[in-house]
Write a new protein. Structure first.
Length: 208
C-alpha cells in the first residue's frame, strides 16, 4: 500500500490542508493519507498551541467525509520531542509492508538539510514537495539536486494550486469574528473551514 504522511500543527485544520492531501493522493495514486497532528513539536512552543486533543478531534472531523484520509495520534503517545524522523520510523515499524510518502511544503524544502536527521527521513520515505507560486520550480529543482548531493533521497514535486489560507490567518479571523454577531462568523469562515470543524470550534469556545 502507498501511504502518504502529512504532518503539521493543524491549529486548526482547514480546507487547504484537505485539498493538499487530496492532490497528493491523485497525483501519486496513494491509497491512504495519514494526517499526523504534531505532538511535542521542536519548532513551536507547545503551550502556545491549542491542546492536542482539540487539534486531533478537528482533524478527525475534517477527514470523516473524505475517503482515504485517516488521522493518527502517534506523536502524542510519546513524551519525547516529536521529530519527523522518529515519527516516520515508528510508522514504518507499524506499516512495514507500506511504501511511505512524506508530504512537505516548498518552504520547508529550503532548509530541509537542517532538520534533525534528514537522511533518515529520506531513507524511510519518498518525499513529496508541494510546488507553490512563491517558490519557483527551477529553484526547487536546484535545491533537490543539492540535497541529493548530501545524502541519497527520492524527492518528487507535487503540483498544488495556490490557496491563500493558513491556520494563522484562520485563527486571526476567528478571534476577530468572535467580537461580532454569530451569523457573520459562520458566513465568513465556511469558505476556509469544514462545517463540522467550525461547529466544534464554537462548541469548545476555541480561538476566541
Amino acid at each position: 500500500m502507498k501511504k502518504g504522511i502529512f504532518g503539521g500543527a493543524f491549529d486548526p485544520i482547514h480546507k487547504g490542508h484537505i485539498y493538499m492531501a487530496q492532490k497528493a493522493m491523485e497525483e501519486y495514486a496513494l491509497d491512504r493519507i495519514l494526517i499526523v497532528p504534531s505532538g511535542h513539536s521542536p519548532n513551536k512552543t507547545e503551550n502556545a498551541m491549542t491542546a492536542f486533543n482539540h487539534r486531533y478531534n478537528m482533524c478527525k472531523l475534517a477527514a470523516e467525509a473524505v475517503p482515504g484520509i485517516e488521522v493518527s495520534d502517534i506523536e502524542i503517545k510519546d513524551e519525547s520531542t516529536s521529530y519527523t524522523y522518529m515519527t516516520l520510523q515508528k510508522l514504518k515499524a507499524l506499516y512495514p509492508e507500506d511504501e511511505l510518502y512524506f508530504i512537505m511544503g516548498g518552504d520547508s524544502l529550503d532548509y530541509f538539510e537542517t532538520w534533525m536527521r534528514p537522511e533518515v527521513i529520506a531513507q524511510t520515505a519518498i518525499i513529496l514537495v508541494m510546488v507553490r507560486e512563491n517558490f519557483p520550480r527551477l529553484q526547487m529543482e536546484e535545491k533537490i539536486a543539492h540535497i541529493k548531493n548530501l545524502f541519497p533521497a527520492d524527492i518528487r514535486l507535487l503540483s498544488c494550486d495556490r490557496m491563500d489560507v493558513s491556520s494563522t490567518q484562520v485563527r486571526g479571523l476567528l478571534k476577530a469574528e468572535s467580537k461580532v454577531a454569530e451569523h457573520r462568523s459562520l458566513a465568513s469562515t465556511d469558505m476556509f473551514l469544514d462545517a463540522a470543524v467550525m461547529s466544534y470550534i464554537k462548541a469548545n469556545n476555541l480561538y476566541r
